[in-house]
Design a protein around this ligand. Structure first.
Ligand code: IVH
Length: 681
């Protein structure tokens, strides 16, 4: 394709993609399939690769992220980001209205809208292009998170219409929809990663993630509620919201104009009733004087505007009876007390259980079986017991004593110095610990045996076929065919039995066979050595190169490895001091599971031995992950920021100008993809 033709097509594709993005995210009415959309995006990406001079930083292809931010730059807000005065009662709302009435001394109207429970953001647009996104911070200055915000699909990076002022700011709230949050947390649980407590925390954490390609994969969304700048024509807040919407910003349609405070009270009540049906969390309603002129007349106190107020919903609470306390044992052996409650309706769902966290929390609350307890559901997913109604306590009730023996295997529990949890130390034959370890072993980020899941593992365990990961590799077709799985009858449904059929068995065995190709670092992670996560497994695998060397390592050898501290070292030593574990490892090796790192992965081997490289831009022959892998396979180390320790900056197309400047300032050699390929031969 010739240059002029390419430029035209690139422009056309950008137009098309933006249009379909708009239909998908703003209108929720897509006209083309996801697949056709991906094709458009792929075509654009390949043209931009072939003609890097036409790559527009605002191109929709740039939404996939990839840029790494080490430290978020602090930026002063042009207009400070104030907070709102809060109220929790109707009386206080009426007080607010009286103040407004007195100060204005003329008729006025209100707009009421949702108070989205997310993270506030301020976006600056110049000539219709998003140039900066800054968090609230302390209100005066916040963090520049532009790179991350650009990956949020529903936030326009170039505006469609032409009626916007040359420069303006929009403010709104970035949030994570509940459904997306649940899905993400489920996937994290499966991968053994730490869960986010609630959508707001997940949003805040995601916005501060250093790798923008991770942000791009998280289901963030946004609503906007404020427009500021010079030359904005509309005179009322409500019209400004409509204007924002017409420019392509997401504005919630759940809002109302009100002539008086009693209409506001009705709206608040209506929202409170229906809020559990929303797909996102809100923590109240914001009430604003509609006229901009009147807003200016009312002005601000030192902290907040006099023309607005937030009515906050109280955390939803219910009272119910505690029926029993049970103790659950997790994969690591940690014992968690859980309260079984008389079912009660709370925030739109029926609550039957609440976590009591640990012995200390349980004692502090002084909960006893039979007590009436207050249950609250704030942002957290799991409801919590906040207090006990002591006046309703039965005189004969006895204090709850934390169990001393494991409810699953009877072993005496232990508690280490400084830890909140009691543990069952029997990690070789305590059923939930074994099942948990097996589940961890087959997880996606470990051995990735997806033909086996939690349910099947349970069946294999119950049938005495698999007691440890090595047993998986002795399973045969005949052993598995016809095994019966009992599906318990829940809520009116009868119990069912299903048996493993030929196809299922073949899939299981194939999955196990495929796992023999999983690299050593993931095998090491899969073993489930306490405190050895994905990253430390990688470090250990690379440093020691094979399982024999790791098994022979002394404490000093272990702690000499980058990022391996006392805790991990101790845990590795204790794991390999147990003959049962050695036996498992030996069996896995005999079965053909990889127990050594590939040559290049060992540090210090290969042409890039001891060299530190920083990668920037887009590459022709490699994906971003691909090029990093290649560096590591050749013995080099990848770092995310340029410093005096950097040996080379590997520059792809469209390398950021700041990186280039920094490299030049520090005298770090910049090499091209071609030069790199020559280097590694
Ligand atoms: S208006 C001058 N409207 O609530 C303050 N804020 O405590 C203008 N928020 O930091 C804010 N939904 O993050 C406004 N519809 C809404 C909102 C909203 C959520 C957040 C915002 C702000 C905090 C105020």
């Amino acid at each position: 394709m010739e240059k002029p033709e390419a430029l035209l097509r690139i422009r056309e594709l950008i137009e098309l993609i933006r249009h379909h993005n708009y239909l998908y995210y703003q209108q929720a009415s897509p006209e083309i399939s996801d697949y056709s959309f991906d094709l458009l995006l792929k075509e654009l990406e390949s043209l931009e690769k072939a003609f890097p001079e036409f790559l527009d930083p605002n191109s929709p292809s740039q939404r996939v992220g990839g840029e790494i931010t080490k430290v978020f730059k602090s930026v002063k807000h042009k207009y400070s980001m104030l907070s709102l005065d809060n109220t929790y009662s109707e009386e206080e709302l009426i007080d607010f209205d009286n103040r407004v009435n007195k100060l204005l001394g003329e008729p006025y109207e209100y707009v009421a809208e949702l108070k989205i429970d997310g993270v506030s953001i301020s976006l600056t647009y110049k000539s219709g292009k998003l140039i900066q996104a800054v968090t609230r911070g302390d209100g005066v200055q916040g963090d520049d998170v532009t790179v991350n915000v650009r990956t949020i699909q529903s936030i326009p990076i170039i505006l469609d219409s032409s009626s916007f002022p040359e420069e303006f700011e929009v403010r709104g709230e970035i949030y994570m929809p509940r459904a997306g949050f649940d899905m993400m947390n489920r996937a994290r649980a499966e991968d053994g990663e730490q869960l986010f407590a609630n959508p707001r925390n997940a949003t805040a954490g995601t916005l501060k993630t250093q790798d923008s390609s991770i942000v791009a994969q998280r289901p963030l969304n946004a609503f906007f509620y404020n427009l500021m700048g010079d030359g904005i024509e509309s005179e009322s807040h409500f019209d400004r919201l409509n204007l924002l919407k017409s420019w392509g910003f997401r504005v919630s349609d759940i809002r109302t104009k009100a002539k008086n405070i009693s209409q506001i009270v009705d709206f608040v009540e209506e929202i409170n009733q229906s809020r559990s049906q929303l797909d996102f969390d809100i923590d109240g309603v914001v009430i604003k004087v509609n006229s901009i002129r009147q807003q200016e007349k009312l002005g601000f106190t030192s902290k907040s505007p006099r023309w607005a107020i937030a009515y906050k919903f109280k955390a939803e609470e219910a009272v119910t009876r505690l029926q029993s306390i049970v103790y659950q044992v997790g994969r690591t052996g940690a014992v968690t007390p859980v309260a079984n409650l008389e079912p009660v309706l709370l925030a739109g769902t029926t609550v039957k259980r609440a976590s009591l966290h640990n012995a200390d929390v349980m004692m502090a609350l002084d909960v006893r079986v039979g007590d009436f307890v207050h249950v609250e559901k704030g942002g957290e997913i799991i409801p919590k017991i906040t207090s006990v109604d002591f006046s309703a306590r039965h005189t004969e009730s006895l204090p709850e004593k934390f169990i001393e023996f494991c409810p699953e295997c009877g072993t005496q529990l232990v508690r280490s110095e400084g830890e909140a949890a009691w543990y069952c130390p029997n990690d070789v034959s305590c059923p939930p610990q074994i099942k948990g370890k097996l589940e961890h072993f087959i997880a996606r980020k470990a051995m990735n045996i997806d033909s086996l899941g939690e349910g099947k593992i349970e069946v294999l365990f119950d049938q005495d076929l698999v007691k440890n990961p090595a047993d998986l590799y002795s399973l045969t077709f005949d052993m598995l065919l016809g095994i019966e799985k009992v599906i318990p009858g829940d809520e009116g449904k009868a119990m069912r039995r299903v048996s493993f059929r030929e196809k299922t068995v073949e899939n299981i065995l194939q999955g196990i066979e495929n796992s023999k190709r999983v690299p050593f670092e993931r095998v090491l992670f899969a073993l489930g050595i306490r405190h050895v996560g994905e990253t430390s497994a990688k470090k250990l695998a690379r440093h020691f190169g094979n399982i024999e060397a790791l098994m022979a390592a002394r404490y000093e050898d272990l702690v000499s490895v980058d990022e391996i501290g006392d805790k991990i070292a101790g845990s590795v030593l204790s794991y390999f001091s147990d003959t049962k574990n050695i036996e498992i490892v030996n069996k896995l090796r005999e079965a053909g599971v990889i127990m050594h790192a590939e040559q290049g992965v060992l540090t210090g081997v290969g042409v890039l031995q001891g060299k530190v490289l920083v990668v920037s831009g887009v590459f022709n022959k490699f994906s971003r992950d691909g090029i990093k892998q290649s560096i590591e396979q050749n013995g080099g180390k990848v770092s995310s920021s340029i410093s005096s320790k950097t040996d080379y900056v590997l520059a792809g197309e469209n390398m950021g100008p700041e990186k280039r400047r920094k490299a030049e300032d520090l005298g770090v050699k910049i090499i091209s993809e071609e030069e790199y390929l020559e280097m590694i031969g």
